[in-house]
Design a protein around this ligand. Structure first.
Ligand code: SF4
Length: 269
């Protein structure tokens, strides 16, 4: 659909650095769909590449979704990355139409619920835009999978990162929530900040403390939680609100040194 990421400014992000943002021509996209349909006719789920396919207008998206439905008769779900600014341009009835054509899951990189932390890392979508986007998506029955990046505030802004993230998630009430842990990628602006001593990374215990403090503040009514990403020291999973006590118990045990943590060498992005 699209190559690269239209936002492409986040200082910590190493994705798509070699792929300048471009929207593919419709005939190119239809060609891709036909090619895949010949090879994988039984496809049930499709993810719209790359960084934010929802940058496309609904007028362009709907014919593509119709093409997917026609090409893959067993199609049950279409998903995509999305950012808050995408949603500002999509009306509620257009969201309903996207849902009718099986776009039923979006991945939203909140990263942090603190606007100060997002401003420092150059994220173009604001916290309020992302809260509103998730609320409107859920209202249109499009589920949201929200991603939080532990450690993004560094040592200096860890408290704001935790407090802002708790507030944003409690307002969003996403269906899915994932924690990732910051790993500074060489060659990114954030790596340069760290080299200059302007950004101090959190260590494993500090990242676990952030995770504990965020989970403790969450009042989620129905959210599937995961921190099994390879960047995390402690893989956890559960569904809020029922799993909250067990998640806090596991994080406390890890903070007390009573639980195995993923070795540094086994962490990855
Ligand atoms: S919006 Fe996502 S993919 Fe794009 S630069 Fe930021 S973190 Fe990377």
């Amino acid at each position: 659909m699209t190559l690269g990421c239209s936002a492409d400014h986040c200082s910590f992000c190493g994705a798509y650095k070699v792929k300048p943002f471009r929207v593919k021509e419709s005939r190119e996209i239809f060609g891709d769909i036909d090619r895949y349909a010949r090879r994988y006719p039984g496809t049930r789920r499709v993810f719209l590449m790359d960084g934010d396919a929802l940058v496309l207008s609904p007028n362009k998206l709907v014919p593509i979704l119709e093409k997917l439905e026609q090409a893959f008769p067993m199609l049950s779900r279409v998903s995509s990355y999305a950012n808050g600014s995408n949603f500002k341009r999509i009306r509620d009835q257009e969201l309903a139409e996207l849902y009718r054509h099986k776009l039923s899951l979006i991945y939203m990189g909140l990263e942090s619920g603190s606007q100060l932390v997002l401003d420092r890392c150059g994220k173009t979508s604001s916290v309020l835009e992302m809260i509103e986007a998730v609320r409107r998506a859920e209202e249109a029955r499009i589920r949201s999978s929200v991603i939080v990046l532990l450690g993004l505030g560094g040592k200096r802004h860890s408290a704001e990162h935790v407090q802002g993230t708790v507030e944003a998630l409690n307002r969003m009430q996403p269906r899915y929530l994932s924690f990732l842990s910051l790993m500074v990628i060489p060659g990114t602006p954030l790596a340069e900040e760290a080299r200059r001593g302007e950004f101090a990374e959190l260590n494993s215990m500090e990242l676990l403390r952030e995770s504990y403090d965020i989970v403790q503040g969450l009042e989620l009514k129905r959210t599937v939680f995961r921190s099994d990403h390879a960047s995390n020291y402690l893989p956890l999973e559960g569904t809020f609100p029922k799993a909250k006590p067990a998640l806090l118990k596991a994080l406390k045990a890890a903070l007390d040194g009573k639980l195995w943590l993923r070795p540094e060498s086994a962490r990855g992005l």
